[in-house]
Structure formats: C-alpha cells, structure tokens
Design a protein around this ligand. Sequence first.
Ligand code: SF4
Ligand code: MG
Length: 314
Amino acid sequence: SYPLVQVEGLKKYFTVGDKKLKAVDGLNLDIFEGETVGLVGESGCGKSTAGRTMIRLHEPTSGQVLYNGKNIFDKSERDMSRLRKEIQMIFQDPYASLNPRMTVEDIIGEPFAIHHTLGGKKKKERIKELLRLVGLQADHISRFPHEFSGGQRQRIGIARALALDPKFIVCDEPISALDVSIQAQIVNLLKDLQQKMGLTYLFIAHDLSMVKYISDRILIMYLGKMIELAASEELYEDPLHPYTKALLSSVPIPDPEVKRERIILKGDVPSPIDPPSGCVFRTRCPAAMDICAQVVPVWQEVRTGHFTACHLYQ
Ligand code: SF4
Ligand code: MG
C-alpha cells in the first residue's frame, strides 16, 4: 500500500479583523490507499477546515497536499476538475446538503451532469444501481428528500459521493446528526463500500465513540494542532496525551468489568484567534507544568507509529 494522500506542513489561516485565526496550524499526515484515518477533535479545532483544504475546497496559507504524488495546489483548473471525480465529500447534515426541491434522481445524477459523463438511460440505470449499493430501493428514484428518514438521506448523500467512482472521500461527521441506533448502520455501510470499491477515507468526528469501528489510525487535533496519532487499537488502549485521555474517558465502555475514571476538563476551548503560548492545551491540562507555558512541545514518535506532542514524553 502506498500513500494516496500526503499532507505536508499544511496551514490554513483566516483573517478576522486585524487578527489571524489559525484554523489549521501545521498538519503532516500520510493516508495510505484503502486506509481510513479518523480525524477527531472538538468543534472549532480545525478538523473540517483541514479536510476541506486537503481536497482544495480552500486554498492553503502554506504547505502542500500530494495526491498520487502530485501537489493538488499546483494543478490547473482543468486538471483539478478531472481530479474532482476522484475525491469526494460526504457531509454532516444530510438535511442541509440535499436540495429539497430535487428528486433523488436529480440529486444523485448531478455529478454526471457537472462532469458530462453519463446521460439518458445509462444515467438512470447507474442511479438505480447506486441506490441499491447504498441499501435503498431503486424504485424510490423519483422521490424527494423529505420522503426519507435521516439515515436514508445520508445514504442518498453517500450515493451521490460514489457516483463518479471516487478513490478518496472526506467524510465530515457523516453520523453526528443521526440517531445512535442509525450511526452503526452508516458506519457499516461505509466499511462495506470501502471493501467493494477500494475507497480511502478521512473520517472526521467530534468524539471517539464510533470512530474506532471504522478507522485504521486516528489523529487527534486541538486548536489547529496535531495532538496524537496512532493505530486505533493502540490509541484506545494506551493513549499518551492528556487530551486524548480526557476524550477517551467520556466514551462509554460496554464491558462492565473495565472501569475508566471520567476526566472532566476545566474551562472551554480557548479562542483560536488568541491561543495559549507553549502547549495549546495547557489551560485545560490536568498535568500542565511550568515548561508547558513557555515551550511548544515537539511532535515526536514515542513508540513505533505512535506520535504525540507533549512535554511529558520529551
Ligand atoms: Fe499538558 Fe504540558 Fe503535555 Fe501540554 S505539554 S498536554 S500542558 S503536559
Ligand atoms: Mg465541522
């Protein structure tokens, strides 16, 4: 397996008044073909902006993203349009991302129209095939979004993302707006589709409750910074960073034998316009030391394949 997506020193700053909002402040990540990387952090940590910049829905402030070895930000508009077939996005809110006045046929068929690929009868057949692929009935093709449940609507969003046979999909909190009972179904569907179609995912989530079931590796972000990266199992069994430990402590454990102490973090996430000096997590960290206010902790590999940025390990 080779890295399909290579993110190198990616930064995305926004200007707010005369200040800089560092939404993504130095992201380095390889995503291998066929892999799912979970990207987890509280709202406002920059994970959506990171995902969007990785597929060039934003231009970066600096850094690059190589897709199949080539920097996507160097691509001409025409090459980018070609690439847009291969990289797709699934959104958090299926209610907001589907046009209520369009039929399922028009919604799923839109990518074919934009890229001038299929038309007529072939298009209709392909749309029906996509509906079956995501577990919906092919004869629902003329229905409107309001005639479906939340989970079904997310399936329509997934079918649309699959229309052009993509390779890489950024899933931006695709289950956060759904009932817990439906979340597992959508995760299982995404896993099935990954196997069938050889997909590579970036799976964005705001907590660690479901992300384990789909991710091979998980990256934790906080205030635009990378906090910890490890294989899923390792991250759940042996987290290093105090922030990861706090996030994990709020995940319900099905096994009543296992006890985990709940870590309640003090205060709120500081404003990304005015982040703390040194370690960005220090204002809420139960383990903070003097050095944490002065020195930015270095990102380093503490164990094989397990990275974190924290003075406790330096
Ligand atoms: Fe806590 Fe310091 Fe580690 Fe930051 S560097 S997480 S403040 S111990
Ligand atoms: Mg978001």
